[in-house]
Write a protein that binds this ligand. Structure first.
Ligand code: FAD
Length: 469
């Protein structure tokens, strides 16, 4: 297994549980890949960026259970939105059955006008009636989400304060660069099909702490997890793989080789003969990437009481109250510092700004949204720009996402960018790992029903369970 991100870890744990001796090599000194954390010189634990999961992410939940981390994720039923005019909206499930469970909070959602809401309701009914597959999604090459919304005559307010807010965070891309298939799927799986799909799960520990159980799961079954071990290339004679190459002339051979590295790192690791034999590799350069910026603020006193809020009409999209989350929701007292983490997805505009410009911009927005921050002193701050945070879900991108089983014997791929049907998320990465594990087992003789790891989606609930397939 090459790569110790979520895809490699999920695949490694699944294969170890199936009796394989897994040897996992990760180039960095820690596991978790893009979804990890590290310790600053002053001892502070910092996530490379806040990560959240949702109730509909059934495979990630299964993975956390397997590695004893499920109790390190806290789920919330209420999402809070603030706009610059000080209006507050909440979204949470009420008593009505799916797909109407959010209707109560939607009707009273102050940042949207009644016209905005009516246009949103129309589009939602279209998604429900087609069970998430409106006919225009099947257009060759896909259509953009913005085009899909225009066809459904969405108001400017609905687009800016509803669709864009949800989708840019969920998919890390602007609406005009997002395949509508992904956008519609978010609303179908998160908000409509099941009344718990939208519940937001937030880690209450630094991200790296979620993976301690992975090493144990692999090593207790005779495998090994080796950090600081970058693989430099794959050695092959024509299409027959002999080993992977490490520094200082070291080579390691195996029955199966699973590359769970990011798509933009894979091509360079493959020898010419494999590139020729596996056409999917040539398409990887067509998969573009999108940035996410995380801004970390430490204030000298508490400035917010919620665990997290979403901001409308600002650069800052989310503010997470890390102090509160790490303290497992215990009350903050007035004498404590408060650590907040801000997230800006699809942060193209911030890439060219300096660290100080980003801090000034976001601090201004935080002080407007959270009045108590105006008198508070900013003790320290950090900006982490992830230029290639996720693959960009551009219209038609699915054409370039290869399956986990390649045409080359003994060579497998895993990673959020492989064909999972899901966008670049932790759930997508775990799905890819489980699919790769199933492919390895199939290739070595297991039947299709033996060793199934992929978990089903949440079942339809409420009225949705009455809809016929
Ligand atoms: C800033 C940011 C915020 C995000 N927020 C969310 C969120 O809130 N919710 C969500 O679900 N998803 C989020 N994501 C997406 C999520 O992090 C990724 O989809 C997921 O972690 C990808 O996992 P992966 O295993 O496919 O890839 P990676 O995590 O990239 O793992 C690949 C691993 O391979 C290693 N590697 C690479 N080359 C080699 C080599 N030659 N030899 C050995 N090892 C190698 C890398 O070091 C890395 O550990 C976010 C991503 C970013 C960057």
């Amino acid at each position: 297994m090459i790569g110790g991100g979520l895809a490699g870890l999920a695949c490694g744990v699944a294969l170890a549980e199936s009796g394989w001796r897994v040897r996992l090599f990760e180039q960095k000194p820690f596991l978790g890949g893009r979804a990890t954390s590290y310790v600053l010189p002053n001892g502070e634990h910092v996530d490379n960026c806040q990560h959240v999961t949702l109730g509909c992410c059934t495979n990630l939940a299964d993975f956390y259970r397997r590695v004893d981390s499920a109790d390190k994720i806290k789920f919330f039923d209420e999402l809070v939105f603030l706009d610059p005019q000080g209006r507050r909206g909440t979204m949470k499930a009420g008593l009505l059955p799916a797909p109407f469970h959010m209707t109560g909070s939607f009707l009273t959602f102050a940042p949207l006008t009644m016209r905005d809401k009516l246009s949103i309701a129309r589009a939602m009914l279209d998604i429900v009636a087609s069970k998430g597959k409106t006919p225009d999604l099947a257009a060759p090459g896909g259509i953009s989400m913005l085009e899909w919304l225009r066809r459904r005559r969405q108001t400017k307010g609905a687009i800016e304060r509803f669709w864009r807010v949800v989708l840019v965070s969920a998919l890390d891309e602007e609406l005009d660069r997002t395949d509508a298939r992904y956008g519609v799927d978010v609303f179908w799986k998160v908000f409509l099909m099941n009344s718990t799909g939208y519940r937001m799960g937030v880690p209450i520990v630094p991200l790296a702490d979620l993976y301690a159980g992975c090493k144990a799961a692999i090593e207790s079954r005779g495998g090994e997890v080796t950090l600081r071990s970058p693989v430099r290339s794959l050695n092959a004679e024509d299409t027959s793989i002999s080993s992977v190459q490490f520094d200082a002339g070291r080579e390691e051979s195996a029955d199966a080789y699973i590359f769970a590295v990011a798509h933009d790192a894979l091509f360079d690791l493959m020898p010419e003969s494999i590139r020729r034999a596996e056409p999917a590799l040539a398409n990887l350069s067509k998969i573009k990437t999108a940035p996410i910026t995380g801004v970390h603020f430490w204030f000298d006193r508490p400035v917010m009481d919620e665990p997290f809020v979403t901001l409308l009409d600002t650069n800052t999209q989310w503010i997470f109250n890390k102090s509160m989350l790490y303290r497992e929701q215990k009350e903050t007292t007035n004498n404590q510092e408060q650590y907040l983490q801000l997230v800006i997805s699809a942060s193209y505009d911030l890439l060219k700004k300096s660290r100080q410009e980003i801090i000034d911009l976001c601090l201004n927005e935080v002080r407007q949204a959270l009045p108590r921050a105006q008198a508070a002193q900013l003790m320290k701050s950090t900006v982490i720009k992830e230029v290639a945070a996720t693959f960009s879900p551009q219209p038609g991108v699915d054409r370039w996402r290869p399956p986990q089983q390649t045409k080359i014997p003994a060579l497998f791929f895993a990673g959020d960018w492989t064909a999972t049907g899901w966008p670049a998320t932790m759930e997508g990465a775990v799905r890819s790992g489980y699919l790769a594990a199933e492919a390895v087992l199939r290739a070595y003789g297991a039947s299709a029903t033996e060793h199934r790891f992929l978990q089903p989606d949440l079942p339809p609930s409420g009225l949705m369970s009455l809809l016929k397939n």
